[in-house]
Write a protein that binds this ligand. Structure first.
Ligand code: FAD
Length: 403
């Protein structure tokens, strides 16, 4: 299956290891078509474990950089949502441990996670604190003898929760106001006082609410230092939202390929659907959106890998790629007509699966604000709007208007 576009891989954003990875991903997706099909119909948490094992066996759970992460998400999303889901949640949990973990934390969790034998999840959101991370309320209070923390409160919308062995939880330890009082903690599944309640979502994925009721963890559960929780979360999300753009591109390319095949194959008015000018124009728009999204994702990943602060390009890529993917999937449903609305048909599945990407890891509106706030000052040759036109400009404008 053509999971990645070879013309894009040929661009100078990518290097030989990325092209080799693309080949390995193609082989993985071909070999595991049966697993992907089974995952589609089975309990997501059950299949996530099998998918992680398979990814671990193939050496795909240790991406070398953000370009590798993006290519992996795009190829897996193209093939099957649940492949991408299992991979992305594992990375979301492993990345902060790789970056901030103590030697002991790394030794305990990372080898098993790289083999796909252990699964992680990242727990940040709460009911009253989704986009507004500084409003987090889950409390982690030092217990009497300073040997650890006691967690009370909740987390919600946590992906991969039912299958997780460990949660990276961001809680309020109260060392400072708002964002400054947050600390990341590693909480193993099975810790007394932690309860997991599944939530049924639009697309079948393992999503749950976590209830913490007197849940006690040792002092060495702290990840990234006490009071460092906001930094742990933001460093992660700034990078990972870019990979959401890559996954969106995978879903969109799958939808576009299906729509094109349908338009070329479907008989209509003595010819083919593809012969109709409006259908053609719609498919041209799809092609433009795919190209734009792919270039923005590739540039953002390349910038991050060479050390440019990732936030601005990641926001641009995530915003464009997820909004474009929604339009592409919608266009594909339109090309299929009623057949695109049949439950569990490819267009119908993609239609449900793509929706959440415009919300999680920074809603589109939040990205727009971030992009606008990072706009550079106007270049010095551009007159300020409140400066008014010069007498010369006014004269020119008048003569243009009159001619
Ligand atoms: C499928 C899925 C998986 C998820 N997985 C995880 C996970 O693994 N771990 C985790 O911690 N969380 C996870 N989440 C939660 C996700 O991160 C939040 O849903 C997201 O941060 C938005 O928060 P919210 O849903 O509370 O919406 P709110 O913050 O209430 O925002 C609702 C809407 O208000 C608008 N809005 C919000 N803020 C602004 C702003 N500043 N400016 C303009 N408009 C704004 C936007 O339109 C936004 O969509 C997941 C969510 C989904 C849907």
């Amino acid at each position: 299956m053509s999971t990645l576009d070879p013309r894009l891989l040929a661009l100078p954003f990518y290097e030989r290891p990325h092209r080799e990875l693309a080949e390995a991903l193609g082989r993985f997706c071909d070999t595991h078509a049966g697993l992907a099909a089974a995952a589609r119909t089975g309990a997501p948490e059950k299949y996530a474990a099998r998918v992680l094992r398979a990814l671990g066996d193939a050496g795909l759970l240790t991406p070398v950089d953000l370009r590798a992460l993006c290519l992996t998400r795009e190829a897996l999303a193209y093939t099957e949502d649940l492949l991408d889901f299992a991979f992305s949640i594992q990375e979301l949990a492993a990345w902060p441990i790789r970056r901030h973990g103590t030697d002991e934390q790394k030794r305990r969790w990372l080898p098993g996670m790289a083999r796909g034998e252990l699964a992680g999840a990242f727990a940040l959101s709460e009911e009253q604190a989704g986009s507004d991370v500084a409003a987090l309320a889950l409390r982690a209070v030092p217990d009497g003898d300073g040997a650890g923390y006691v967690l009370d409160g909740h987390k919600t919308w946590i992906a991969g929760a039912a299958g997780a062995d460990v949660f990276c939880v961001v809680a309020r330890t109260g060392d400072g106001p708002a964002a400054l009082g947050l600390t990341a903690l590693l909480v193993p599944t099975g810790t007394p006082g932690l309860r997991i309640e599944p939530i049924d979502m639009l697309a079948e994925r393992d999503i749950a609410r976590l209830e913490f009721d007197g849940c006690r963890v040792a002092a060495d559960a702290v990840l990234g230092g006490r009071g460092g929780g906001f930094v742990v979360a933001m460093e992660l999300l700034e990078r990972f939202r870019l990979t959401v753009g890559a996954a969106a591109l995978g879903f969109a390319r799958r939808a576009a390929d299906a729509a094109l095949a349908r338009a070329r194959g479907r008989a209509a008015y003595g010819g083919r659907l593809f012969d109709l000018p409006t259908v053609k124009a719609g498919l041209a728009d799809v092609e433009v959106r795919l190209n734009a999204a792919a270039l923005l994702v590739a540039r953002a990943a390349w910038e991050a890998d060479r050390g440019t602060p990732p936030a601005r390009h990641a926001s641009i890529a995530k915003l464009y790629a997820t909004e474009a993917a929604q339009q592409v999937v919608d266009a594909a449903v339109q090309v299929f007509g009623a057949a695109g609305l049949v439950r569990d048909s490819l267009p119908e599945r993609l239609y449900r699966q793509i929706r959440s990407l415009r919300i999680y890891e920074g809603a589109s509106e939040v990205q727009r604000l971030a992009i606008a706030d990072a706009l550079p000052p106007a270049p010095s040759h551009v007159p300020r709007a409140d400066a008014g036109p010069s007498a010369e400009d006014a004269e020119d404008a008048e003569s243009e208007f009159c001619s």
